[in-house]
Write a protein of this length. Structure first.
Length: 157
């Protein structure tokens, strides 16, 4: 499996009384992540399945990835919290993207590579992408790319 782990794009701060789950992407976040998607396309990234957190900023980030998708999207609460075996059991496809949040996306990346949850060693910037290949189980994947949003935006120009 080719697996792309993606941290959501830049979001607005929560307004007074607004739930953290309802924070939308900022205009800047939409613009910059659209350029990230162009960079991914230039690298030849294509997806047959896209999973994302139910939080609005992840939903909107996933929507921006649709031009790379030839398949389905699926919301999963497993991407709104700590990495779990339940998440890994649900994954289907050969070219899959997961859109989630820090610190969990970093923990998931470390867990898949090393079988240990030490995500602090792999901090994702907002809109950052990790590219892994292998079997989606703890320690079953290898890291082939860890791309900053800035690099992907430059590739997309």
């Amino acid at each position: 499996m080719r697996l792309y782990l993606i941290r959501h794009a830049i979001a607005l701060e929560a307004a007074p009384g607004q739930s953290d789950d309802a924070r939308p992407l900022s205009r800047e976040g939409i613009q910059k992540f659209t350029e990230v998607v162009r960079g991914l396309k230039r690298l030849g990234v294509g997806l047959d399945r896209l999973y994302h957190s139910p939080k609005l900023r992840a939903v909107q980030t996933a929507e921006l990835l649709v031009p790379l998708l030839d398949g389905e999207t699926e919301v999963t609460p497993h991407l709104a919290g700590e990495p779990s075996l339940e998440l890994l059991k649900t994954l289907q496809g050969s070219n899959v993207a997961l859109v989630g949040h820090e610190p969990w996306i970093s923990d998931l990346c470390a867990w898949l590579i090393t079988a240990r949850r030490e995500g602090g060693a792999l901090p994702f910037k907002k809109g950052g992408v990790a590219y892994l290949e292998g079997t989606p189980k703890p320690g079953g994947m290898r890291l082939l790319g860890f791309w900053s949003p800035r690099l992907l935006r430059r590739l997309g120009q």
